[in-house]
Design a protein around this ligand. Structure first.
Ligand code: PLP
Length: 444
């Protein structure tokens, strides 16, 4: 084998070299075909090899790829901003463009803090989050994240932000109704704000559906409505982290649309450019922009590649493709079928405690004992084994491991491109079933 000079996620491990992709399939250089059952990192939502996007990329590159945001705006960036303002609810009309989800959430964190400074209330500078959450890998974003395995090494360097429990319906107290449980979890936010002092709290951040740290954990109806009420009552901004859920992934344009809740700040990434270019966004309300405009007049954030015309043109082509092919509606429709097939697997296979999800963001949680919901120790590596076995058999799925304080959270995410057909879902399920059966046998 030729020597590699590239730093890989797991040092010392070898990876197949990618050759090309088409639709839901990826092909390596050995000619092996994989179903991209998780869009890489819940990203490739329109599938691979889409000609229209490649054409838009080429057309923009012929005009100009890069012009710095402090010097120029561009048709591409303005059209993308306008499209997002059209899609986003309420007065979420202003977009700050960045290149990754971590930058988007960290920019939201900074804008929230700056907003209160501009209002003359600088002590409102802490962010409350949930201990089962993932908002990104940079230090600010990680400070707001509960993902134990990703934070562990850096804890002494992170902001000591307060956290509350996430709603985790599968493991709710026995006998408690879903709505009662949702309210109980939401009310933890009020208790945390009172404990810390509302004059210290800038914002609360949450993912509509918990992704990487939980495996598609869907909150009870009523949860986010109550969260919104509490944020309003205590003048705390609400940041919806839609990096994974945005742009149709859950069967609505944005995850929060399921509950009709309008946040003050919203972050997007992943599906916003569907993997065709690094692109992400922090969208904020008129109120926030007016406050900063009347104050310092300068958003203290930004990166070299923020709002570059090349990425904007590509992202716009992706959003147009989503609209033209009605992929948000397809996500709801095919997602319901995917969940139905996963639920049937969960009924059949003792290893699966729960199948769950919303739209095309689904997950499976593995348990040692279905009746007691006893989790495997993370050292058993059950989800990792299912992922490795699936990969071997030509199916890529995404881990949601260790999001729960190292006790549970042995889950996977199944989130294929929104373009997937029913027969392709059947093909995906057949491979996944074989992989889980193989791991189940190894465990006996
Ligand atoms: N926020 C959420 C909800 C995510 O799922 C992720 C990535 O998984 C991020 C933020 C960070 O995005 P990125 O990996 O693009 O920095």
């Amino acid at each position: 084998m030729t020597r590699s000079y590239v730093i890989k996620p797991e040092l010392g491990k070898t990876y197949p070299y990618i050759s090309h992709g088409k639709g839901i399939y990826l092909y390596d250089q050995e000619g092996k075909r994989y179903i991209d059952g998780c869009g890489g990192a819940v990203t490739a939502s329109i599938g691979h090899g889409v000609e229209e996007v490649a054409e838009a990329m080429y057309a923009q590159a012929q005009k100009v790829s890069f012009a710095y945001r402090s010097h120029f705006s561009s048709d591409a960036v303005e059209a993308l901003g306008a499209k997002l303002a059209e899609w986003a609810p309420g007065s979420l009309n202003w977009t700050f463009f960045v290149s990754s989800g971590s930058e988007a959430t960290e920019t939201a964190q900074k804008i929230a803090i700056q907003y209160w400074q501009e209002k003359g209330r600088p002590t409102k500078n802490r962010i409350i989050s949930r201990w089962m959450s993932y908002h990104g890998i940079t230090m600010g974003a990680l400070s707001m994240s509960g993902h134990v395995l990703r934070r562990k090494r850096f804890v002494p360097l992170l902001e000591d932000y307060p956290t509350i429990s996430p709603p985790y319906p599968y493991r709710r107290p026995e006998g408690m109704s879903l709505s009662e449980y949702g309210l109980q979890c939401a009310n933890e936010l009020e208790a945390a704000i009172l404990r810390v002092g509302a004059d210290q709290v800038a914002a609360f951040i949450a993912e509509p559906v918990i992704g990487a740290s939980g495996g598609a954990v869907v909150p009870p109806d009523g949860y986010f409505q109550r969260i919104r009420e509490i944020c309003d009552k205590y003048e705390v901004l609400f940041i919806a982290d839609e990096v994974m859920t945005g742009v149709g992934r859950t069967g609505k344009t944005f995850g929060m649309d399921h509950w009709g809740v309008v946040p003050d700040l919203m972050t997007l990434g992943k599906g916003m450019s569907a993997g065709y270019t690094p692109m992400a966004a922090t969208i904020v309300t008129d109120e926030i922009i007016e406050t900063i405009t009347q104050g310092s007049g300068l958003i203290m954030a930004g990166h070299t590649y923020s709002a570059n015309p090349q990425s904007a043109a590509v992202s716009l082509a992706v959003l147009q493709y989503v609209e033209k092919h009605q992929l948000i509606e397809k996500s709801a429709e095919q997602g319901a079928y995917l969940l139905q097939r996963l639920e049937a697997l969960a009924e059949e296979l003792p290893l699966i405690g729960e199948a769950r999800g919303l739209g095309m963001l689904c997950g499976l949680e593995f348990v040692r004992d279905k009746a007691t919901k006893e989790a495997f120790p993370l050292s058993a590596g059950v989800a990792s084994k299912v992922i490795a076995k699936s990969f071997e058999k030509g199916l890529i799925i995404y881990p949601a491991i260790g999001g729960l304080d190292g006790v549970a959270g042995d889950a996977i995410i199944v989130a294929p491109p929104l373009t997937i057909t029913k027969s392709e879902i059947d093909e995906l399920i057949a491979i996944l079933r074989e992989a889980i059966l193989a791991v189940q046998q190894d465990l006996q």
